[in-house]
Design a protein around this ligand. Sequence first.
Ligand SMILES: C[S@@+](CC[C@H](N)C(=O)[O-])C[C@H]1O[C@@H](n2cnc3c(N)ncnc32)[C@H](O)[C@@H]1O
Length: 270
Amino acid sequence: MEERRVTGTGPRTQDGIDTSRPHPARVYDWFLGGKDNYPVDEELGRSIAAIDAGAPRAARANRAFMHRATRALAAEQGVRQFLDIGTGIPTEPNLHQIAQSVAPDARVVYVDNDPIVLAHASALLRGTPEGVTEYVQADARDPGSILERAARVLDLDRPVALSLIALLHFVADEDGARDLVGTLVGALAPGSFLVLSTMTADFEPENVRKGIAAYAAGGVTLVARSHAEVGAFFQGLDLLEPGIVPVARWRSEDAPDGPVSLYGGVARKP
Ligand SMILES: C[S@@+](CC[C@H](N)C(=O)[O-])C[C@H]1O[C@@H](n2cnc3c(N)ncnc32)[C@H](O)[C@@H]1O
């Protein structure tokens, strides 16, 4: 593990993808059973799964939360504009496919900072003729630039569903996690929504601690947050039922086959 620790000088593909160190998007892709990952990602994924057999389950439950939340906002709340930051490597169905299956005219802006997501972005851009999908390569810690570029596609005077799904555990509080959420939500019109999921150590503290250590050895910083800390991201917003719960329990009939260490919630901006 040590020799793989971030050097930034390892092998790179033509797209600028560093294959010498694991990347969160590719490890997540491996957990979801995807093919867009490298041996270094699989190795970290396997060592995390060996420590915490619940990690692949959490990844799948998180993806299913994205499906249900997006569908609920499009179908029940009439949302037609989506800003998804920390999109990840495309895995069908992607967010725009869910939204546009309900509302073919839905407009979706995807944002990620990993070059491998950019390399696969064409799969995110195949939407309905009536709708729009756009991909922006940007860092969530630069919300001003994201808003400026999103505004070329979305009408920010009308409601937008902002999704930060399995993103914020990669952004420490010292790195401005609260501020970036505040800036983004602050720029949205009343009637907009925040969809958020992020890791917690509330249920399996020891496994999560070991998982964080394994990611750290691979050069990836992860932050676990308590229920109250996740609640702080939703300050000033009206949470939809059932509030902030493990993602597998957000409007789902299916009981997961074990703990899921990610909280999720959806809230409306009044
Ligand atoms: C675990 S994946 C989640 C993918 C998708 N949102 C989902 O829930 O299925 C996290 C994604 O966040 C991206 N990410 C991490 N830090 C980021 C940052 N500072 N700015 C933009 N994207 C970031 C990673 O590249 C990765 O694609």
